[in-house]
Design a protein around this ligand. Structure first.
Ligand code: ADP
Ligand code: UDP
Length: 247
């Protein structure tokens, strides 16, 4: 990767080779070393890739959703990899050296926290909690901590501190945004990477990587609809998008 900091994203970008095919997105190199193209596919997976299905138009909804959120975060001062949408299901991003740690904030108990501690789902967590997981499907994304992340060379203490501060900042910005749509942001996962020595928010923010409930009814409007086979997955994502003002 070049070391000089690029001033701005190139206007013309050519898609080159498939670099990585993830569970939900494909990553392509471009003719610019500092930029990648992410293709949001319709594949939807659960249980670390054990169950995979195609959900029509999910790639497009997530691409739109993600673009809206990333722009809101940038406006709030969070540096993200997002540059611009290239098509209905593709986005141009900065090429990051990803840190293999998933940063999770929880405002209410759900998911693995409920399973781990036997809590009731939906208990308010005051203040919100912060957890780290090692991004490794084969190991089932085990929980880790800052100390281990440093010892294993995944990130420096300073980078981890920044990731934590940024994740809480994202929580403040987005909790307000969802609240305005009468929605609860229950929890979410972020991934960060390094771009020319800076910690930058990468990957995506969409209902695939967070939990969102209707405030009044507590109806689940996120990927738990797929995990728990409730149906109407794409329709629920669309509903959330409309309620928070995604065009
Ligand atoms: P997974 O790897 O969990 O199956 P995806 O299907 O979403 O996930 O694949 C996208 C992959 O691209 C992820 O591994 C993610 O860490 C990586 N990624 C996301 N944004 C960037 C970026 N800006 N630069 C480099 N890699 C990225
Ligand atoms: N999450 C994610 N990818 C993962 C693991 C978790 O996007 O590989 C998100 C998940 O959608 C939820 C939050 O992170 O919004 C917390 O997930 P949890 O630890 O409760 O795990 P889960 O119940 O999803 O296994």
């Amino acid at each position: 990767m070049p070391t000089s900091t690029p001033q701005s994203a190139p206007t013309n970008v050519e898609k080159k080779d498939l670099l990585y095919k993830g569970k939900a997105k494909s990553v392509y190199t471009t003719d610019h070393d500092d930029y990648l193209i992410l293709h949001f596919r319709n594949d939807t997976s659960a249980f670390n890739g054990e169950r995979v299905e195609q959900l029509e138009r999910k790639g497009e909804v997530n691409n739109r959703f993600n673009a809206f959120i990333m722009q809101k975060l940038a406006e709030a001062g969070v540096e993200t990899h997002f540059e611009r949408q290239l098509s209905s299901d593709e986005v141009l991003v900065k090429r990051l050296e990803m840190i293999p740690v998933e940063c999770v904030v929880r405002n209410y108990s759900a998911g693995s926290l409920v399973r781990r501690l036997g809590l009731e789902e939906g208990q308010a967590l005051n203040p919100p909690t912060y957890e780290l997981f090692f991004k490794d499907d084969a190991l089932g994304d085990p929980m880790v901590n800052e100390s281990l992340s440093v010892s294993l060379g995944w990130a420096t203490p300073e980078q981890l501190e920044q990731m934590k501060a940024l994740t809480f900042k994202v929580n403040d910005v987005l909790s307000g945004l969802f609240e305005a749509g009468d929605l609860m942001l229950v929890d979410f996962k972020l991934e960060f990477g390094v771009f020319h020595d800076r910690i930058v928010l990468g990957d995506e923010f969409s209902p695939d990587g967070c939990r969102i409930w209707d405030k009044a009814t507590k109806k689940k409007l996120d990927k738990d609809r797929f995990r728990q086979s409730f149906g109407d997955v794409y329709e629920s994502y669309e509903e959330v998008a409309e309620r928070i003002g995604v065009l």
